[in-house]
Design a protein around this ligand. Structure first.
Ligand code: G6P
Ligand code: MG
Length: 220
C-alpha cells in the first residue's frame, strides 16, 4: 500500500479536548473573563504557548512574561489532573476499530499532535505501542497550521506528503494537512471543518471500503 495515515490525538482518538477546555476555562475564570466552547475552537490543535496568547487576546488581558510562564505551568498541572485519570474507556468511538482496519489492510499510521503530553495520553489508553511513530509537541518547533508536524510524520512513514491521510478535529490541523498537500479528513462539525477534503462526525463512519476507495484514488 502506498498510503499511510497520520492521526491527530486530542479530539480524534481521545476526548481530551474537553479537559483542555476545562483547564483553560479555569484560567480565564481566575483572570475574570468568560471563555466559551466557541472561543475554544480557536485553541484546538494549537500549541500550549500559542493557546495562552489567543486566550489572553480573547480576555483582552496583558501579562508579563513571568506571569505567562506561571500560567502555562498551572494550566498543564490542571490538565494533568484529568489525563492521569484516563483509561482505555476514553478512547473515542470508532478509533480502536479504525486502527484494527488499518492493521488488516497493512496501512501504517503515526501520531501527529501538537501536545507535549501525547506519549503519556497514548500510554494511559494503551495505544502507545500501536503507532509506528509519534510526532508530538516535543519534536516540532512550528505549531499547526504550519504543516511541520505532518511533514515529519510523512518522513516517519517513509511516504511523500501526497500519500498521507490526516485525521483532524481542529481548524488549524485541517489547514496544516491541506498546506502539506495531504488528504484532510475533518472529524467533527462539518460547518467548522469545511476546509477538509472529507468530513465525518466521528471515526465510526470510516469504513474499510472508504479507506480502500481512497487508496484507489491514489493509484490512478
Ligand atoms: C493539541 C490540542 C490543543 C493543545 C495542544 C498542546 O493540539 O488540540 O488544545 O493546546 O495539543 O497540548 P499540551 O498537552 O502540550 O498542552
Ligand atoms: Mg485535535
Amino acid at each position: 500500500n502506498k498510503i499511510g495515515v497520520i492521526f491527530d490525538l486530542d479530539g480524534v482518538i481521545v476526548d481530551t479536548a474537553k479537559y483542555h477546555f476545562l483547564a483553560w476555562k479555569e484560567l480565564a475564570d481566575d483572570l475574570g473573563f468568560e471563555f466559551t466552547e466557541v472561543h475554544n475552537e480557536l485553541l484546538k490543535g494549537v500549541s500550549r504557548v500559542r493557546s495562552l496568547e489567543i486566550l489572553l487576546d480573547i480576555g483582552n488581558v496583558k501579562l508579563s512574561e513571568d506571569k505567562k510562564q506561571q500560567f502555562l505551568i498551572s494550566k498543564n498541572e490542571e490538565y494533568l489532573k484529568y489525563i492521569t485519570k484516563m483509561g482505555p474507556e476514553e478512547i473515542l468511538p470508532g478509533a480502536s476499530e479504525l486502527l484494527d482496519t488499518l492493521d488488516e489492510l497493512g496501512i501504517q499510521y503515526v501520531l501527529g499532535s501538537a501536545s507535549k503530553n501525547a506519549p503519556l495520553i497514548l500510554k494511559q489508553v494503551n495505544l502507545f505501542e500501536r503507532f509506528v511513530g509519534i510526532v508530538d509537541g516535543n519534536s516540532v518547533s512550528k505549531a499547526k497550521p504550519d504543516p511541520e508536524v505532518f511533514l515529519i510524520g510523512a518522513k516517519k512513514l517513509n511516504l511523500q506528503p501526497e500519500q498521507c491521510i490526516v485525521f483532524e478535529d481542529a481548524i488549524a490541523g485541517v489547514e496544516a494537512a491541506n498546506t502539506a498537500n495531504m488528504i484532510s479528513i475533518g472529524i467533527g462539525d462539518k460547518k467548522i471543518l469545511h476546509k477538509a477534503d472529507y468530513n465525518f462526525t466521528d471515526l465510526t463512519g470510516i469504513t474499510s471500503s472508504f479507506i480502500k476507495a481512497l487508496i484507489e484514488t491514489k493509484e490512478k
